[in-house]
Unconditional design. Sequence first.
Lengths: 364, 314
Amino acid sequence: MRLKLEKRQQPSKLMQVVTPIASVLLTMLVGVVVFDLIGIDGQRAVVDIFLTPLLASYKWQDVAVKAAPLVIIALGLSIGNRANVWNIGAEGQYIIGALCAAGIGIAAGTAGGPIVIVSMILAGIVGGSAWAAVPAALKTRFGVNEILSSLMLTYVALQVLSYLVGGPWKDPNGRNFPATAPLLPDQTLPILFPGTTIHLGVAIALVLPFVFWLLMSRSVFGYQIRVVGAAPNAARHGGFDGNETVWLAMLIGGGMAGLAGALEFAGALKAINLGFPSGYGFTAIIVSFLGRLHPIGCLIAGIVLAVTYVGGQVAQTTVHIPNSTAGIFQAMMLFFILASDILVRYRVRLVPSTKAAPQPAAGE
Amino acid sequence: MSMDFIIAAIITVVGISTPILLAGLGELVVEKSGVLNLGVEGMMLLGAIGGFGGSVMASMYGLGPLAPWIGVLTGALAGMLGALLFGFFALTLNSNQVATGLALTIFGTGLSSLIGVSFVGRIIPQFGSIFPPELARDPILKLFFGYSPIVYFALVMVFAVGWFLRSTRAGLILRAVGENDLSAHSIGYSVVRVRYAAVAFGGAMAGIGGAYFSMVITPMWAERMTAGRGWIALALVVFAGWRAGRLLAGAYFFGVLMALELYAKAAGFSILPSQFWAAMPYLMTVVVLTLISMRDRVGLNAPACLGKPFLPAT
């Protein structure tokens, strides 16, 4: 007996829903085994990482605040991932978005109110897009690999941040600590539920997936992205311009990452220090795939990944594993979801192992 | 500029470019076989902790003088294991190579930090020159004898990889698999097996490159200590146009840029902030990639099957 793969005529709808769930469950299972092997209470660790944040209601606001940037960035990245435009520099675009928002905040001085807040958000979007426009321009003009250029610019963005918060933008009243001055209360995003940390950005992260869903399923643009990704040659014959797709995918990806950075700054952290880059831009790539590149999928997957972040901190105190362990789980989820792609596109059959050429199945 | 300074600068450049040279050579072979493994950074981190952990353990078991050599081996092994994980998903299960490579980098970053927790704060003797101290100390002779054995290994590998790809039968098969997997398959070569071998080699080389960080550059363990060099190694392969000789030149070019950062920091240049010099290698990578792409549309040099899954009609 051996396994045989038969290509499905249509990607399996069922498998598209089942495989992400299975990937998460498999990750939990493997996690228990692996942690037990290296001498950590595996069951405790996995429960703390995946379930405690969901079961303990006081952790929900943490999950919501952490999920917001992940969902927003992943929405943008999914467009590119669908069209085979690989923007892996979202972390840099996120940083630049936040810095642009911070620049507006500093320029505003003591002024506050909706105009300042909206300007900060717009500046974040523009900044993120601009940072992503560089790889887009280099790709379309000169054929430079966007994977490498977008990532390299992330390292540059880190240095820009380090320079600004340690130099010209350093808080004069901050005891020489490299950080920007905190925003004034009327310069920050409104809190949705008094007494919590849930800010306007969370609401934006809840609404945007539905906007993207409409955009992807109802517009010519959405159609273009899907065709370019699925059948590049057909798309070219159909008159869809490859360069235009690269531009759109990069600008939207960068804009969303910049938006997430601005919201995180103006909503959650209120000041930028050297610890601001938190890897959301990279984790969002996992969110995008775990959500099967679907806007609503990104929303759910963003919450799942946010749970592992919050849970990772819980496990840090309960079973004393480093915070980075959450990264192992996140990577495992990505491995499994990518591997299970095969189940979406192919039907796996057990067939007798014979040397003879396989007979075409009747009716195919 | 004094002679001493120039010699010291050359030694710095040769040393600092060794990790990207090793990892780049490994990735060159991987890409020649038609596989794009973006997990170099993760494999280097696994190699860094594998090498450090291996040599700490070896000296604990009383293997003192052998410890660094064992460290190099365990570093290579750690990188290779990471690569085989990538191979299982990308080659056996045909998952998307770009995303799988990213997953490997995230995985390697996390796993190395987890393992590294028990090694934080430890220091090992630097795996430096093994030549008689007189040779390694003489101002001129140390240009030739003042390096870690890993440096000489890397240089030997430049020629070995170049010769292997150009002049051996196995190298020819590997290139055939990378240029036209279906033809290679139809004349009876196992595409997947060749690619596994290439990916494993790439992992071992990245692992040794990572071990160089934790055993030679700074003989200690720190989270994310490779600081994005794995990505520069990937750019190096494109820069080199998939040729081993040019890879060496490229590695030294980037080595000069990285050394500039060190010297700028040490000299305390006041005109430009230190962050400018830190960003320089990454910025220049983008510039160089652009120049290369302008001259010879990269696509022409790249192996034809690079990054594409192997799907024989069954």
